[in-house]
Design a protein around this ligand. Structure first.
Ligand code: PDD
Length: 281
């Protein structure tokens, strides 16, 4: 495997950043993940737009243009011979002696790219079975719209899910509503058959997969109610699913161990998965 670090392609095992990288010490870094179909970046522009926004919220300059980044991301895929998979990009503020406030003198951001292969047969089999989700109290900071690598609450939530034999955790806010997943957005098809997902004015990540799926849904003549739902709503829902660059559109068949939609993937979710993948290809 080959990784990209600050202008160089290096063997994955030898790819390193400095111990005083602010991403490492302070989570002063942002990231993006693209799904890759047939060597093509899914929702390429949407992820670039969000990257630019995350960076600007932290006053970090784009390390290079979208065009140059695209070339490097594609080169990383080519060198790893990955046509079906994912590509990860991380940009930190850079390396400086540890101090909380930004360095006084400008520093160069650290740019890291890694690539991973996805076996589509395996992921389709997983989707056809559906996955379980557990709930966990929302305990993240107030800027979940910035895609930072400060993911400790997400990592702990995901571990809780794994220990319960589930694939994802849904954060639940103090009002009892689901905000989003540890690495995905949360959706249901409610009792009345309406698609529901939380609005992005709330403290959640503006998912790119979520955004594209909105277009797919509109083209299908369906509509989305951007209203939060509770775990109880989900238990009574016809279907549930999650969206993200990793999960794409993935049916949820249980919540906290109780089945949703008879414990089988829903028709709407499976159809939206197929349509999303067709569009991304
Ligand atoms: N996660 N919400 C959170 C907290 C996420 O981390 C993600 C993505 C999403 C979905 O966003 P998108 O559709 O743009 O991928 C929602 C990535 C895949 C990750 O952390 O690996």
């Amino acid at each position: 495997r080959i990784a990209y670090v600050n202008g160089r392609f290096v063997p994955h095992g030898e790819a390193v950043v400095h111990i005083e990288d602010r991403g490492y010490q302070l989570a002063d870094a942002v990231y993006e993940v693209w799904a890759v179909f047939g060597g093509k970046l899914a929702d390429a522009e949407g992820h670039f737009a969000r990257l630019e926004r995350s960076l600007s919220e932290l006053s970090i300059d784009m390390p290079m243009s979208r065009k140059a980044l695209t070339i490097v991301l594609k080169e990383a895929l080519r060198r790893n011979r990955v046509r079906e998979g994912m590509v990860y990009l991380q940009v930190s503020r850079g390396v400086a002696p540890r101090e909380h406030a930004f360095p006084l003198n400008p520093i160069a951001p650290s740019v890291v790219i890694t690539v991973s292969m996805v076996d589509r047969t395996v992921s389709e089999a997983k989707a056809a079975k559906g996955v379980g989700v557990v709930t966990t109290p929302e305990n993240r900071w107030g800027r979940c719209d910035i895609k930072t690598v400060g993911l400790l609450p997400n990592a702990l939530a995901k571990q809780k899910a794994r220990e319960a034999g589930a694939a994802e955790a849904w954060f639940v806010d103090e009002l009892g509503f689901v905000t989003e997943g540890a690495s995905s957005n949360a959706w249901i098809v409610d009792r009345e058959g309406r698609l529901r997902t939380r609005d992005t004015n709330a403290n959640i990540l503006r998912g790119i997969t979520r955004r594209t799926l909105m277009d797919v849904i509109a083209e299908e003549g369906l509509s989305v109610d951007e209203r939060p739902f509770t775990p109880d709503d989900a238990h009574h829902a016809q279907e549930a699913f999650i969206t993200g660059a990793g999960s794409l559109v993935l049916p949820v068949v249980s919540l906290d161990g109780k089945p949703i939609g008879g414990g089988k993937p829903g028709q709407v979710a499976m159809k939206l998965r197929r349509l999303y993948i067709e569009r991304a290809k």
